[in-house]
Design a binder for this molecule. Structure first.
Ligand SMILES: [Zn+2]
Length: 247
């Protein structure tokens, strides 16, 4: 019998019908016995359906998109094979849905590698509360306070952290018993490693995992957003999907 964690990693592949027969049987047999995973599968099925509906437009996926996503995922530290594919699908779907609703071009250039941001786990620790207006003045970009309750995350306040000399606004959420950070900084202050980067429809989209911290990052005009949590990437993707549609 698979554990809930193993099932979670296979869930997206199960929902989109990409599991091989023996893995599919194992997942189905787990779902029959585990209500929690069954609920999760249902929620994911609804999300996936929504994304598919959103994708039913005239916009074509850029050629090479999936290859780009796949190599970005494969450039990450070693993970089991199937596990790489699940986030690849989610990244592609989310990125496409997002790109369609936010078509403006963005650029990512500069000093702070995303991986370095990911390693600053102090970003997840409490910080003095502040207001979005004050943060905007310090950080130099408008600060978004997206409501992520659709993904079960409750806002826990916002504040500011210095990161390699750059002030970064951090909105914190409580989610699944832990703190999640949504960091916001000028796009020009964040460097995304080429290996983890997927560019499409004028947008750059990034993900990485460092020391147990999963990261999804994107930029929109002058603002770059880095969502991070101590969780696996697939769980973080569900949160990122809500954040992307809210910002
Ligand atoms: Zn389970």
């Amino acid at each position: 019998m698979l554990t809930c964690r193993e099932v979670e990693r296979l869930m997206l592949l199960h929902v989109v019908g990409e599991l091989d027969l023996s893995a599919e049987r194992a997942v189905v047999s787990h779902l029959q016995k585990c209500a929690e995973c069954r609920d999760r599968a249902e929620a994911l099925r609804r999300d996936t359906a929504r994304i598919e509906v959103a994708l039913r437009t005239d916009l074509q996926a850029p050629s090479g998109l999936l290859d780009g996503v796949r190599s970005a995922i494969e450039a990450q530290p070693k993970q089991p094979t199937l596990w790489r594919w699940a986030p690849a699908f989610a990244v592609a779907a989310i990125a496409l849905a997002w790109a369609m609703s936010h078509p403006q071009p963005v650029s990512a250039q500069a000093p702070m590698p995303l991986a370095e941001v990911a390693q600053r786990s102090e970003l997840l620790t409490p910080m003095p509360e502040s207001t979005p207006e004050r943060l905007a003045r310090t950080v130099g970009i408008p600060i978004a306070m997206p409501n992520l309750s659709g993904a079960g995350a409750e806002m826990a306040g916002c504040g500011q952290c210095p990161l390699a000399g750059t002030p970064v606004a951090v909105v914190r959420y409580r989610w699944k018993g832990q703190l999640v950070a949504l960091c916001q900084m000028p796009t020009s202050k964040l460097a995304f490693e080429p290996g983890n980067k997927v560019s499409m429809a004028g947008m750059d989209f990034f993900c990485c995992s460092r020391k147990g911290v999963s990261v999804v990052a994107w930029s929109k005009g002058p603002a770059a957003y880095v969502l991070m949590a101590r969780t696996d990437q697939m769980s973080l993707m569900t949160l990122a999907r809500v954040a992307l549609s809210a910002i």
